[in-house]
Design a protein around this ligand. Structure first.
Ligand code: LLP
Length: 433
């Protein structure tokens, strides 16, 4: 938080809006996104591709955060998206997002989901396993349709040098294994299916990654594979999709490169390796989720009760918690926070920010430095935009928060707050009525 984020009232501002006024107007807990931050990160990605003069697609990984407005915003930025369920596909279509710019991912896509993808003309299916190839072939034959596909490869890059949420290691549940020849069998299978058009290969090695070398290794592996397949099967990959995973800063412990610096290295690695192997440079696709929405998101809470455990610690409780952000409880994820109505007040203590859920583990932040606070103050947790609302639950039957987009001082309610009636809408009574 810098001085320029504080207005004349002495309040924190988000995207030109007074955070205290947002809390008053829309209630808390509240999820707020700064539209300009989302846009500028997407633009940074697009610039780095243009500077490197390579064909590309920025595919926003919508699992990080999706609602109708977000799909529309991403569409207005000429992005593709990655979807992983009928739910994401359906909401994106409902938002008017072009089906042709969607890539459908997942390790267990159902027959119904594949049928939906084919019926709606989804751009690319990222094939993950042989069962899915069979299912897709059934759907295509029945519908007399064709579709573009990619093969998801497990590049065998394990985290021996990095600590991250791994997905690229040999024992991952995702993708076709390289070493065992599985990937090659998948290639041969897909090439035999004339209704599937294989546009390229894909790997995603993990999330919240800080080191460059994992991406370099993956990029090199994918190009080597493409070169091998060109030579032995005369198959030329048009696209190399390196997935997402570019790490962001949550606290001072994190010192990531800028997301676009990761991408710059990936592009240069792919270009160089392609040249070394005598391949035409393929289009480079990326699938960033967290880096696009994480820093743009803010969770606003109202401070309530307080408990001082003599000589040990103090808890300051807020009106949300693990239901709207499970990452601290699930991953021990760290965040920073500020008090919106006194952001510049002198820090007087370190406290645990406790959620309201009936679990001791529902602590949003441990040892948060705070000024003197009182009930009714508005606490703003920073950088909550990725995998926060997206992983929200109705635990304790708490309704999910509302979502507001702020854009140059203008606030728009884009998802309304859930109500108890929303939670009851699926239920019948004991009598089944
Ligand atoms: N592409 C694929 C195929 C993925 O599986 C993922 C994330 C992404 C792209 C986007 O990765 P990102 O750029 O957001 O790191 N819930 C966890 C993160 C799970 C990531 C799952 N896959 C968390 O809250 O940290």
């Amino acid at each position: 938080i810098s001085q320029s984020d504080i207005n004349q009232a002495g309040h924190l501002t988000i995207g030109g809006c007074d955070a205290v006024e947002l809390a008053n107007e829309f209630g808390t807990p509240l999820v707020v996104y700064d539209v300009n931050k989302i846009k500028s990160q997407i633009e940074h990605f697009q610039e780095v591709f243009k500077n490197n003069d390579v064909d590309y697609a920025v595919c926003y990984a919508s699992k990080a955060f999706a609602n109708t407005a977000m799909y529309q915003l991403v569409d207005s930025m000429n992005c593709h998206i990655d979807v992983v369920s009928a739910g994401e596909m359906s909401m994106a279509l409902h938002a008017g997002f072009p089906a042709s710019k969607m890539t459908f991912h997942g390790n267990n896509k159902s027959l119904a989901e594949l049928q939906m993808a084919v019926d709606n003309g989804i751009g690319v299916i990222a094939l993950d396993n042989f069962h899915e190839i069979d299912l897709l072939e059934q759907v295509l034959a029945k519908s007399n349709a064709e579709i573009e596909v990619m093969l998801r490869i497990t590049p065998g890059i394990s985290a021996h040098t990095h600590e991250y949420i791994q997905t690229g290691q040999v024992d991952s549940k995702f993708g076709f294994d390289l070493e065992s020849g599985e990937a090659e069998r998948a290639l041969q299978t897909v090439l035999k299916h004339s209704r599937m058009h294989l546009i390229g290969i894909h790997a995603h090695i993990g999330s919240q990654i800080f080191e460059l070398n994992g991406f370099e290794m993956a990029a090199n592996k994918l190009v080597e594979l493409a070169a091998d397949w060109k030579q032995r099967f005369n198959y030329q990959a048009k696209v190399i999709d390196v997935g997402g995973g570019f790490g962001i800063r949550y606290t001072d412990e994190d010192k990531p490169l800028k997301p676009e610096q990761f991408v710059d290295t990936i592009i240069k690695t792919i270009k160089q390796a392609s040249q070394d192997h005598g391949l035409d440079t393929p289009a480079v696709w990326i699938e960033p989720g967290r880096s696009i929405v994480g820093p743009a998101g803010y969770n606003l809470y109202t401070i309530g009760s307080r408990k001082d455990v003599e000589g040990i610690r103090s808890y300051v409780s807020v009106d949300g918690g693990m239901g709207d952000n499970i990452r601290p409880a699930l991953y021990d994820a760290k965040y920073e926070a500020v008090v919106a109505n006194r952001p510049a007040d002198e820090i007087v203590e370190h406290v645990h920010i406790a959620g309201k859920y009936c679990e001791s583990g529902d602590i949003l932040i441990q040892d948060q430095p705070l000024p003197k606070t009182q009930p009714g103050d508005v606490l703003v947790m920073l950088d909550t935009g990725a995998y926060g609302y997206a992983m929200a639950s109705n635990y304790n039957l708490n309704p999910k928060p509302a979502i507001v987009f702020v854009d140059n001082g203008k606030a728009t309610l884009v998802t309304r707050r859930e109500t108890p009636a929303d939670l009851e809408r699926l239920d019948y009574g004991l009598d089944g009525k």
